[in-house]
Ligand binder design. Structure first.
Ligand code: 5GP
Ligand code: MG
Ligand code: MG
Length: 185
């Protein structure tokens, strides 16, 4: 892996380290797209892209998929009392039939895993033929909740640091960085 490299001068004030360089992102996301595509041959999967963080990942992943597929874009809002019994409200699927479809939920990053497991539960009773989860990043985190299922497809595992770029924000900024960087506090 070539990854890392110098922090470009224009980002020196906000990025302490380039964790994954753009060439490595491109190579790995293409590889993952090919792998997912091969598994879904002839199934016309529906990629459910969780906005906003996954927009860049989803577009690169989709381009790398050779088998025909469809995309829907959702916004997910968690609302709850306590962390463990939280629910999620999903906007953007009002006119989409999920029954019988092969769903792939596309996320930007999994930390504790709560967001993704709530999304999974939301779709679990929609009558889908199958549901898999896919995340650009997964943190090696001590915060992972024990009852959260594994992510099916992951592009990169990263250490427990707050990262920005390639779709991921800090306060809505930095999504357009072409690399994944550690945010400089
Ligand atoms: P989880 O529910 O898995 O704990 O958290 C997932 C959500 O937290 C992500 O969808 C993202 O919005 C946010 N998040 C967690 N870690 C990071 C990070 O390192 N950088 C950014 N930008 N967002 C993060
Ligand atoms: Mg997310
Ligand atoms: Mg965010």
């Amino acid at each position: 892996m070539e990854t890392g490299g110098e922090v470009p001068a224009e980002w020196e004030n906000s990025v302490s380290e380039v964790l994954i360089g753009s060439a490595d992102i491109s190579r790995r996301v293409t590889e993952l797209g090919h792998a997912i595509s091969a598994k879904y041959e002839g199934l016309n999967p529906l990629l459910i892209v969780v906005l906003k963080g996954s927009y860049m990942f989803a577009s690169d992943l989709s381009r790398a998929m050779k088998t025909p597929h469809e995309l829907e874009f959702i916004r997910a809002k968690s609302y709850n009392g306590t962390e463990s019994c939280g629910r999620v409200r999903i906007d953007g699927l009002e006119n989409t039939k999920l029954k019988g479809r092969h769903l792939i939920i596309i996320e930007d990053i999994v930390d504790t895993g709560l967001t993704l497991s709530r999304l999974y539960e939301h779709f679990a009773d929609a009558g889908a033929a199958s549901i898999k989860t896919c995340s650009f990043l997964e943190k090696e985190t001590v915060r992972r909740k024990s009852n959260v299922p594994n992510v099916d497809f992951v592009a990169f595992h990263i250490p427990d640091k707050f990262v920005i770029g390639y779709g991921l924000d800090y306060d809505q900024q930095y999504r357009h960085l072409p690399f994944v960087g550690v945010y400089k506090q």
